[in-house]
Design a protein around this ligand. Structure first.
Ligand code: UT7
Length: 331
């Protein structure tokens, strides 16, 4: 938890990358027993991007990072730490952040991953704030990259519909004016971990021919249960972050919620009593890109010229763990 203080961190630049290949709902109709109509009405998704066979999370993350650095007016030498939030790393070890460091030729700055599900970008920002304000780092490259389609069972209509691939990055540094992260609220509940997880491939169930034959390396999700928790927790997080910042619902210019389902996005907007134009949504074109969804939303709003200095933004996420968090931010 963090209340509004004088010193804060700000986002200096953002960038994102999505693979070229588009998978539409009509493509999915040919793969499983589903329909464009069902998918749009239940999720709001029309299409999603799919990484190619030879692309790994770090490949997307490196491209997103280059774009973020360019938009920040900086070069690789100007950053001193890389944090990658991902649940779909290139390899179990070393970390995806180390592969990104190699890709960017950012020798020898520290680099590490955090595994927080879809909430990872916000947890990363919170961590970055501590590191920057205590003097450990000056400028952090915070990345959210996810290739969930690599662990998707394309025969299971319950899980193959929502997810897409993407990476997004932000350059974080100490703010020199009134802008920046005003407050945060972060929580987790490990008791509910098995409602959304990848059972095999770790040390609980190591990868064997048997685990693969049983499909245990695929993402498993009790969608409807996750949905109910997400609606409750995202509402809670947004309201708590606002309270910690000393702000009211009426102060919010934009809510950028994690893009898991348009019905969750709308429910969170209603909880804050916001009109639809203040609730950012791009789920129709990318699907649920997990940890990349919030920084992509932020980037798109900035690129479209919608963010004005002084705007109050609430970023709000929920994901595997379960984890949930919200950040109140002044642009
Ligand atoms: O990103 C991190 C957190 N993740 C989330 O927040 C995801 C939250 N969950 C969801 O977005 C939704 O639960 C889903 C989109 C995954 C599923 O939507 P739902 O409205 O919760 O559907 P459901 O699982 O309750 O299933 C309702 C019905 C079932 O049929 P019966 O048993 O009522 O006959 C399912 O078999 O819809 C059926 N169904 C489908 N039908 C057509 C499930 N998936 C599909 C499908 N196409 N793809």
């Amino acid at each position: 938890m963090k209340e509004n203080t004088k010193r804060r961190i700000k986002i200096r630049g953002t960038g994102f990358y999505v693979p070229d290949k588009i998978l539409t709902n009509f493509d999915l109709e040919k793969m499983v027993d589903t329909s464009d109509e069902w998918i749009i009405s239940r999720t709001g998704i029309k299409e999603r991007r799919i990484a190619s066979e030879d692309q790994a999370t770090s490949d997307l993350a490196v491209e997103a990072s280059r774009r973020a650095l360019e938009n920040a007016g900086l070069e690789v030498k100007d950053i001193d730490l890389i944090i990658v939030a991902t649940s779909t790393p290139d390899t179990i070890f070393p970390s995806t952040a180390c592969w990104v460091q190699k890709g960017l030729e950012a020798d020898h700055i520290p680099a590490f991953d955090i595994s927080v599900g879809c909430t990872g970008f916000l947890y990363g920002m919170i961590l970055a704030e501590g590191l920057i304000l205590n003097g450990t780092s000056k400028r952090i490259l915070q990345i959210g990259g996810e290739l969930l389609t690599k662990v998707t069972d394309w025969k299971d209509r319950n899980t193959c519909v929502p997810f897409g691939d993407a990476a997004a990055a932000a350059v974080l540094e100490e703010a020199d004016d009134e802008s920046g992260m005003l407050s945060y609220y972060w929580k987790a509940d490990g008791k509910l971990g098995n409602l959304l997880y990848q059972p095999a491939g770790g040390t609980r169930i190591p990868a064997t021919s048997q685990s693969v034959a049983q499909g245990l390396h695929y993402l498993k999700m009790k969608g409807n249960d996750v949905f109910k928790h997400a609606v409750k927790r995202m509402g809670e997080a947004a309201l708590e972050a606002l309270k910690l910042a000393g702000l009211n619902k009426e102060d919010v210019d934009y809510l950028i919620p994690h893009q898991a389902n348009v019905r969750i996005i709308e429910a969170t907007g209603r909880r804050l009593k916001l009109p639809p134009e203040k609730v950012y949504s791009n789920i129709h074109k990318y699907g649920n890109v997990s940890v990349a969804s919030i920084p992509i939303g932020l980037h798109e709003l900035w690129e479209e010229g919608q963010l004005k200095k002084g705007n109050i933004i609430v970023m709000d996420a929920f994901g595997a763990g379960f984890t949930w968090a919200a950040v109140a931010y002044r642009w």
